[in-house]
Design a protein around this ligand. Structure first.
Ligand SMILES: *[C@@H]1O[C@H](CO)[C@@H](O)[C@H](O)[C@H]1NC(C)=O
Ligand SMILES: *[C@@H]1O[C@H](CO)[C@@H](O)[C@H](O)[C@H]1NC(C)=O
Ligand SMILES: *[C@@H]1O[C@H](CO)[C@@H](O)[C@H](O)[C@H]1NC(C)=O
Ligand SMILES: *[C@@H]1O[C@H](CO)[C@@H](O)[C@H](O)[C@H]1NC(C)=O
Ligand SMILES: *[C@@H]1O[C@H](CO)[C@@H](O)[C@H](O)[C@H]1NC(C)=O
Ligand SMILES: *[C@@H]1O[C@H](CO)[C@@H](O)[C@H](O)[C@H]1NC(C)=O
Length: 600
């Protein structure tokens, strides 16, 4: 079992509680222990007390104490309830240590008869074993192998010729006469004077030694397995005759190796189960730790997924190294920050002498990952002069990055929604020609997405801030974070649980049907058109009671009054072609028709 113990400690570097449980189990396996620092009433439950034995005054009274009836001619036994496995068929003999304190006070002079530590196969006191028999044997069993008892006697009366004296220790095997005895008078001890006598017995499988008050008084080579059954009771016996004494045991501890086969087998099973369980726990804990680490490493494990999904698109954007992009943006320095939007921050960079825009997708949102994949897979494969070109992407160390062509003029919203606080320069406005080109460009991009490519793409988030302007003010539709492809032309919508898009640009039915369609994209385009012409924010359709706040309703009023061109952005100083503006505004309104089927 010791080997087992070593094995298991090595195998269990972690969870301490399991280790402790295991250690306790192993202790139980490897030894047979008990300890009575004194004796109280309850302790009787762990003992087999014969009818003339009792627990009183903090001690076992092996024969009756003064409070009982007659103390004369009594024999008693007090044994530990559980049997100790002394030996096994394969020649293994247990070893043990036991310590006890005896207190014998003679009531007559001399006292009688004696007290013994016994190891025995039988728990009951032999009949007629009072008097000189010390509760060990009787006249019938004396000297017979059937007695099955070994005793270390503390004899207080010379009741036989062969007794040294009335104050000796002897080793008795199946008989009342000792195979070895020693007078304690030699050591200055008087057993029956009512003094505490501390006794250590040690048996190592070969020799039995007796120490009294830490003095070695007896050592005998003895094979206990010859005269005793393999399972034995341990405890005390005592007797009185017409001479009497108090036979008290005040303290008792016992520690023995448990070599018991059956019980061991049972424990081994428990230990093996515990070891297996612990190992499983360790594995589980390690697994969970690793998983957590991975999550902390920010879904490094998902890299495969992302690459797989992106690689499914046959050709397309280049895969960048994070190092390259860091270099291109001076390690994403603030100086190079172009803006923050959608699902991340956009930086300006320079790569192979070309200006590029790099969007760093926000790390935290799982949505960011979704958008990332959407963007790379949709526009990565598209090529149109009015779509922002995706040059490449990067997924490294949990950073999601998208690389676009750089748009020197930034996004459209900057030009059409002029903030009053903004300086004139920042608020440089667009002329009619430019505005018309932009609307045409977005229309072409949308036509291409809806009908011009292999798979229909719904952009789902058409708005001024997602329209980029190149150096020539050519509109390029960008930010495909919400875009979804729908298989085949015949399908016109993408079912969605979440409502995606930007308030003000979302068709009224979006809230009813909860899905994106070609028509909802058209509606957004309509709003955009009206904005570009009128230089006005879209207002918020999703809010109730905001009729006048919505650009569509606002413009509808102009239309009803037959003065639609009055809504045109005043910053153009009336430098626009009246009937062109009228057509464009009516087109915008038509695109915003409440009934999706009436939209162009
Ligand atoms: C207890 O003492 C009584 C009286 O001497 C005796 O009859 C009886 O056998 C004793 N019991 C035992 C277990 O020795
Ligand atoms: C008994 O005590 C001795 C000395 O303290 C020790 O070496 C031995 O291992 C002990 N035996 C048992 C079974 O506890
Ligand atoms: C044994 O030692 C204890 C404590 O040292 C002492 O009180 C007691 O009297 C001694 N016993 C005998 C029989 O001398
Ligand atoms: C031991 O003490 C008892 C009681 O005091 C006494 O009767 C007896 O003679 C003593 N025995 C020896 C050997 O001194
Ligand atoms: C037992 O005692 C004998 C002699 O007293 C000694 O030779 C032997 O080594 C002892 N055995 C053990 C296991 O201590
Ligand atoms: C006990 O009996 C013996 C004889 O059998 C006798 O000598 C002794 O005096 C008796 N003791 C007492 C205390 O009666």
């Amino acid at each position: 079992m010791k080997q087992f113990y070593c094995f298991s400690t090595k195998m269990l570097p972690s969870p301490l509680p399991y280790f402790l449980i295991l250690a306790v189990l192993l202790v139980q396996v490897s030894s047979f222990d008990f300890n009575f620092p004194n004796f109280q009433g309850d302790d009787g439950n762990q003992l087999i007390l014969s009818s003339n034995s009792s627990i009183a005054l903090g001690a076992i009274q092996v024969t009756p104490d003064v409070n009982g009836a007659s103390m004369q001619n009594r024999a008693g036994r007090a044994l530990y309830k559980k049997r100790f496995s002394l030996w096994e068929g394969n020649g293994v003999i247990a070893s043990f240590n036991t310590t006890f304190v005896l207190n014998i006070l003679s009531q007559t002079s001399p006292g009688g008869e004696g007290l013994a530590f016994i190891i025995t196969g039988d728990s009951s006191v032999p009949d007629n074993s009072e008097g000189k028999w010390l509760g060990i044997v009787n006249s019938d069993t004396n000297g017979s192998p059937e007695a099955r008892v070994v005793a270390v006697e503390f004899d207080t009366r010379k009741s036989d010729d062969r007794d040294l004296d009335g104050n000796h220790v002897g080793l008795n095997i199946n008989r009342i006469n000792s195979i070895s005895q020693v007078s304690l008078s030699n050591y200055g001890f008087n057993i029956s004077r009512g003094l505490d006598l501390l006794v250590h017995l040690q048996y190592d499988g070969e020799n039995l030694t007796v120490r009294v008050n830490d003095t070695l008084v007896l050592s005998e080579h003895v094979d206990l397995s010859i005269s005793l059954p393999n399972k034995v009771f341990v405890g005390f016996s005592a007797s009185t005759s017409n001479e009497t004494q108090l036979n008290c045991v005040k303290l008792w501890s016992f520690s023995g190796t448990d070599i018991d086969g059956d019980e061991n087998f049972f424990w081994v099973w428990i230990v093996i189960s515990a070891v297996v369980l612990t190992m499983l726990t360790v594995v589980l804990v390690i697994y969970l730790y690793r998983r957590r680490d991975h999550m902390e490493d920010d879904m490094e494990g998902a890299q495969g997924n992302i690459e797989d999904e992106i690689n499914r698109s046959s050709f397309g954007p280049k895969k960048f190294r994070l190092k390259e992009l860091k270099q291109a943006t001076a390690n994403f320095s603030r100086k190079n920050k172009l803006g923050k939007g959608g699902f991340g921050t956009v930086y300006k960079g320079s790569w192979m002498n070309k200006d590029i825009a790099i969007k760093k997708v926000s790390k935290k949102s799982n949505q960011g990952k979704q958008e990332f994949i959407a963007e790379v897979t949709t526009i990565g494969n598209l090529n149109h002069k009015n779509l922002v070109k995706l040059i490449g992407w990067c997924y490294e160390r949990s950073e999601l990055l998208l690389v676009y062509e750089y748009m020197p003029n930034g996004s459209l919203d900057k030009f059409i929604f002029c903030n009053h606080k903004a300086s004139a320069e920042e608020c440089s406005t667009l002329n009619w020609e430019q505005r018309l080109t932009i609307i045409r460009g977005v229309a072409q991009a949308l036509e291409y997405l809806h009908n011009g490519c292999q798979k229909r793409v719904l952009h789902r988030d058409i708005k001024a801030s997602n329209i980029m302007l190149d150096s020539e003010y050519v509109a390029k539709l960008g930010d495909f974070g919400l875009a979804r492809t729908v298989e085949g032309k015949e399908k016109t919508h993408h079912s969605t649980i979440e409502i995606a898009g930007t308030p003000g640009y979302m068709a009224p039915e979006t809230f009813l049907i909860n899905r994106a369609t070609v028509e909802t994209d058209v509606y957004s385009f309509g709003v955009l058109t009206l904005e570009v012409v009128c230089g006005r924010k879209p207002g918020n359709q999703s809010e109730q009671n905001n009729y006048n706040n919505s650009i569509v309703n606002w413009l509808w009023e102009f239309y009803k009054n037959g003065k639609i061109t009055a809504a045109v952005d005043s910053r153009m100083d009336a430098n626009f072609v009246e009937n062109e503006a009228e057509h464009v505004l009516i087109l915008g309104l038509a695109c915003c028709h409440p009934n999706p089927h009436y939209r162009p």
